[in-house]
Design a protein around this ligand. Sequence first.
Ligand code: AKG
Length: 271
Amino acid sequence: MLTAEQVLLFERDGFVKGDVVLNDEEVEILRRELDLVLEGKTVKKPVLNRNLASESSEYGMSMEASETIVQVVNIWMASDVYLQHAANLALCEDVAQLAGTDTLRIWHDQIQYKPPITGGPTKWHQDHPLWPIIKPAELISAWVALDDAVVENGCMWMVPGSHQWGDHQRHLLHGADHMPKHKRPELLPEGVEIKPIPFEIKKGQVGYHHCMTWHGSLPNQSQMKRRAIAVHYMPGHIRYEPVGNHPMNKHVHVQPGELLTGDDFPVVYKK
Ligand SMILES: O=C(O)CCC(=O)C(=O)O
């Protein structure tokens, strides 16, 4: 469980660091399992396994042709070890506490792996506007580092307080200096300041972020790998309300307006 201070920080900033939830051996198991998935050696497959840097997606951008960001979406579907990770009690209790819910389902997970030197930047974005088939915007992600994530190898950066500023996704730009720019700053609430800060997370540690918080990550300019597993958790009341498309759409078997339940959105925590 998180302390009252951590909960207050999350409410104020839209992100907070948690404990080290995985020991070295547990991290090693997840790393090995990731290798198997990337080498295509698992029987079951994830929903996506792609190079984000070469996609013109909302997340990826390529400044150099050689850049790579390996993104694997729903590795839990390919690997039971990752499903067990999503059900990690310490993570689930913290997220349930932050979300004020007694039930958590997986919306989806994602690996982002930035290889040494060639690992590219992940564009500044807000998560929920990129998830236009679910509502309300009350999801929380648990981002667990599989390598120390520091500025040099492309840790995430966050803009404190931005989860309270509304949907600015279509106005957010990734500057040449890798910092966020707003196309129409006059649309921001009065008096707010865009002050991005690095969110360095130790190997095995978790960082939580709200689905409206502005975040992005820098290129990996080091010799270290930067691997991480983020689980995007849905509190029990999240519904399927499609107003756009998403790779998870084909996994949805409920009607618009219904709770987003089903085998591909498993309950991983119930109080
Ligand atoms: O791993 C990264 O650098 C970005 C991940 C991200 O955008 C997220 O977990 O919401």
